[in-house]
Design a protein around this ligand. Structure first.
Ligand SMILES: Cc1cc2nc3c(=O)[nH]c(=O)nc-3n(C[C@H](O)[C@H](O)[C@H](O)COP(=O)(O)O)c2cc1C
Length: 402
């Protein structure tokens, strides 16, 4: 089937009544992607306990609606780091997006901009940050890992400043890559590596997904990591970056160094305990993201929704609190706001859309979530996301013990 037809059939599938929630996009992504790529996107670390718990924790929090309230106009708008966004969700950094769809980071950023919300570009990205910035009419931030060391980071920060990226997001929960057990089983390392021979056992699975394979090959195969430019060498290869990550731990000392290089706002992503939130405040962060990396790093840590109240209390209104992990419905977003988040980041929810149908899939994910948020607010009898507070939810008693 020619590429244009594949894209058209994906788009008409999106318009059908078959795609009513994020799980529907997940199913389409699973159909389109080879197993290795789908499992990289879908999977979590070790027993995937935290991955499951992130989603499950939303069910523990129960709404307390106000009856007989007519909400004529619902205001979903909020401000994150000074930028107004159309509803309280932005796109989280998702590495290797260009493997999910050739448009990758450019398509995701464009869809975010058209939905009047923000996009965070991962360090592990196949499109140049200048192109991603140009594609979106909304705020675009850059997530920084110190891959390639401070010399590579200096170059990236300089480019980010000149391209007009809005803020820097420093991820602090990745001193080594988490053990995502699906990846070695699927031959992820071999598929990303240089040896053709090593790929042979995994080729049948790639050939069973001709739509994805054709677009991957037409895109030139494995992309370079365009935003990690090693001085004197050029962009880093998209090899198994586990080893490089182990040498790239971001410490509080690095954060101080980064602050000297970057005068814009800094967001610390990967905070799960109050003490670290206080530390981020003291180090001059403008916001933190309560995050466990979508259950992809240390397994058996708290679901982020459950960690959120402790962070909100510790930050004491001094910085903005964002959260991510397990958001699959607009009701989840509303619950996070009731517990004190300014906005959420979504990861897999939009990446499933990207993998299913490129930019149109991301747009559909955002449309589903935004419509959900509006409906949930009306059902709660609340006219604006800014009025949401703890009185709209009941939280399990055990959560208070943290
Ligand atoms: C496939 C994938 C790749 C990711 N890559 C990065 C990354 O490069 N940098 C980062 O800070 N977080 C990364 N994350 C974590 C997300 O930014 C976010 O914290 C997480 O996806 C939120 O959980 P959710 O997927 O349940 O929404 C990645 C997540 C996924 C699913």
């Amino acid at each position: 089937m020619p590429l244009s037809e594949i894209a058209m059939s994906a788009n008409s599938a999106l318009r059908s009544s078959q795609v009513v929630n994020i799980e529907d996009l997940r199913r389409l992504a699973q159909r389109r992607l080879p197993k290795a790529v789908f499992d990289y996107l879908d999977g979590g670390a070790e027993a995937e306990a935290t991955l499951a718990e992130n989603c499950r924790a939303f069910r523990d929090v129960i709404f307390r609606p106000r009856g007989a309230v007519a909400v004529a106009d619902c205001n979903l708008k909020t401000k994150v780091l000074g930028h107004e966004i159309s509803f309280p969700a932005m796109l989280a950094p998702v590495g290797y997006s260009r493997l999910m769809d050739p448009g990758g980071e450019v398509s995701a950023a464009r869809a975010a901009g058209l939905a009047a919300t923000g996009y965070i570009l991962s360090t592990i990205s196949g499109h140049k940050m200048e192109d991603v910035r140009a594609a979106s009419q909304g705020p675009v931030c850059y997530q920084l890992y110190l891959l390639g060391g401070r010399a590579a980071a200096e170059g990236a920060l300089d480019r980010a400043r000149r391209a007009g990226l809005s803020a820097l997001v420093i991820t602090v929960d990745t001193p080594v890559a988490g053990m995502r057990e699906r990846d070695p089983r699927n031959g992820m390392k071999e598929l990303l590596g240089p040896s053709l021979l090593a790929k042979i056992p995994y080729l049948a699975e790639l050939l069973a997904h001709p739509g994805w394979l054709t677009s991957f090959l037409l895109d030139g195969g494995l992309p370079k990591l365009e935003n990690i430019v090693i001085p004197g060498k050029g962009p880093m290869d998209l090899v198994d970056i586990s080893a490089a990550l182990a040498a790239a731990t971001v410490t509080w000392e690095d954060l101080r160094w980064i602050r000297q290089q970057w005068t814009g706002p800094i967001v610390v992503k990967g905070i799960l305990i109050g003490d670290d939130a206080r530390r981020a405040v003291d180090e001059g962060a403008a916001a933190v993201v309560v995050s466990n990396h979508g259950g992809r790093q240390l397994d058996s840590v708290s679901a982020t929704l459950r960690a959120l109240p402790e962070i909100v209390a510790a930050a004491n209104g001094q910085i903005e609190i964002l959260m991510d992990g397990g958001v699959r419905r607009g009701g989840d977003i509303v619950k996070a706001l009731c517990l004190g988040a300014r906005a959420v980041l979504i990861g897999r929810a939009y990446a499933y859309g990207l993998a299913a149908a490129g930019q149109a899939g991301v747009a559909r994910a955002l449309e589903i979530l935004k419509t959900d948020v509006e409906r949930t607010l009306r059902l709660l009898g609340c006219a604006s996301v800014e009025q949401l507070d703890r009185s709209y939810v009941e939280v399990p008693a055990a959560w208070g013990a943290r």
